[in-house]
Design a protein around this ligand. Structure first.
Ligand code: ADP
Length: 290
């Protein structure tokens, strides 16, 4: 269990990136969902012991993380948002090199580990290829392979699917969910479907604060009977955002499908809609649910 208490961070330019974050994260896949600038990376870097908070505590099982960063690092796999690779190195060579840095000094054990991770991330057949020639998805899978080198108990992945095509994204999702069966995986993302596809627990974060922590299924269940939809002509849409608690507006066949939040049926021919995680997300981000 990872327990985060009252974490605060203000950058020198005055931006309050973390404003009293509290979370309890157990085994399995945990989604940290929020818009750009919400504070996700600041939180991920703090848990990964790469930056200090101004206030607050992080405890992983019995370990005081901020008091013993080395110990935390030995249990941690981290895939940062910007993952740089040596373009002229092959996957096999770089993984082998990183394994040595991680303390895997026994040649046989190291070879077994490298082989197993290349296999797991489906990169075995590209092991000799230079990383500079890898696609975005292959680089991300290589990032996971390096994050898994030292049998981590906790894995942090920051915005991993941005820029991946749908096939690569599916492959990456499958890999993460396989890993998430045994350890804690924290997946930070602004993509709602990453969380609905993968995570059994999640938090929505905005302006450095946790708005809600709940299982996605329960959060959706609680939205039942509170989401309504109606198709408008484009010309009718103006003014709607002041009249209704608008969750989303989508173009469909040249018209606008509007979804709104409300405890009771709004006027003008709205019908009840089946809620999804995107409804939950926007209802919280737009403070319709406090
Ligand atoms: P997210 O990962 O959710 O996009 P970040 O944690 O990167 O959010 O950023 C939260 C806020 O802190 C943003 O307003 C961002 O501009 C600001 N910020 C992030 N890193 C720094 C930094 N090193 N110095 C100053 N401001 C920063």
């Amino acid at each position: 269990m990872l327990t985060i208490s009252n974490l605060k961070k203000t950058y020198p330019n005055g931006v309050k990136a973390l404003n009293g974050v509290n979370l309890k994260i157990g085994k399995g896949m945990f989604g940290l969902l929020g818009p750009n600038g919400a504070g996700k990376s600041s939180l991920m870097r703090t848990i990964a012991t790469l930056q200090d908070p101004d206030e607050g505590a992080i405890v992983f099982n019995d370990l005081n993380v901020l008091g013993d960063k080395e110990k935390m690092r030995s249990m941690l796999g981290y895939l940062p948002q910007e993952f740089g690779v040596y373009p002229t190195s092959s996957a096999e060579d770089l993984l082998n090199h990183l394994a040595i840095l991680k303390g895997l000094t026994d040649v046989r054990v190291r070879k077994e580990t490298v082989d197993r991770l290349l296999e797991l991330t489906n990169l075995s057949k590209h092991r000799k290829k230079n990383l500079g020639g890898y696609s975005g998805g292959m680089k991300q899978r290589f990032g996971i392979a390096q994050a898994l080198l030292a049998h981590p108990k906790i894995i942090i992945v920051d915005e991993p699917t941005a820029g991946l095509d749908p096939d690569e994204r599916d492959r990456f999702h499958n890999l993460l969910s396989q890993i998430g069966e045994n350890v804690t995986v924290i997946l930070s993302t602004h993509i709602v479907s990453d969380v609905s596809d993968l995570c059994q627990d999640m938090a929505i974060i905005n302006n450095g604060r946790v708005l809600v922590q709940q299982s996605p299924l329960l959060a959706i269940e609680k939205m039942k009977g509170k989401v309504w939809q109606k198709i408008f002509d484009k010309s009718e849409v103006e003014g709607c955002s002041s009249k209704y608690k608008v969750i989303s507006m989508r173009l469909t066949h040249g018209k606008v499908m509007m979804r709104v939040y409300g405890e009771t049926l709004p006027d003008n021919g709205f019908v009840s809609a089946t809620p999804d995680l995107e409804d939950v997300y926007f209802a919280h981000i737009r403070s319709y649910i406090q």
